[in-house]
Design a protein. Structure first.
Length: 150
């Protein structure tokens, strides 16, 4: 069952890597998609943070499952920042489009740090998870600080 779930997640990730903007009929659809991606990613990232910060008991299997999901989800929202998605029900700042190179650099850095978090989770050590969680969280916060309203 877990393998089927992982295959489904991988298929979803692959599907978004092909000309993703064409997948959204309206800008509102793209906004909903990216918000949903962030919501799922945040839920699983929070579980890792709870373990890394000692608020939840460390469980290597659970950490790995959550890290793999976060790693997959971290690839999804970027395609949903196309034309017209700067308006509507969004907390995205205009700097995403006016400073697109800076935004791309921040999103790339976040994905790299999330990749390191995934590798750390595979090590099966709470210390490795702790060491990788801080930089991953900082990369998320940097995007929030620079590119998200409120």
């Amino acid at each position: 069952m877990k393998n089927i779930f992982r295959l489904a997640i991988a298929a979803m990730a692959f599907a978004t890597l092909v000309p993703a903007q064409a997948q959204f009929a309206k800008p509102e659809d793209a906004i909903k998609y990216r918000k949903a991606s962030y919501t799922v990613m945040a839920a699983h990232f929070g579980r890792l943070g709870a373990m890394a910060n000692g608020r939840a008991p460390y469980d290597a299997k659970t950490a790995l499952e959550n890290a793999e999901l976060v790693s997959t989800m971290a690839k999804l929202p970027w395609a949903a920042y196309g034309e017209g998605t700067d308006k509507g029900d969004t907390r995205a700042k205009s700097e995403i489009w006016t400073e697109s190179a800076k935004f791309k650099e921040a999103s790339d850095k976040m994905q790299v740090e999330i990749g390191k978090l995934n590798v750390a989770a595979k090590a099966g050590s709470v210390d490795a998870l702790k060491a990788a969680f801080g930089p991953a969280a900082a990369s998320c916060k940097a995007c929030h600080d620079n590119f998200r309203k409120d």
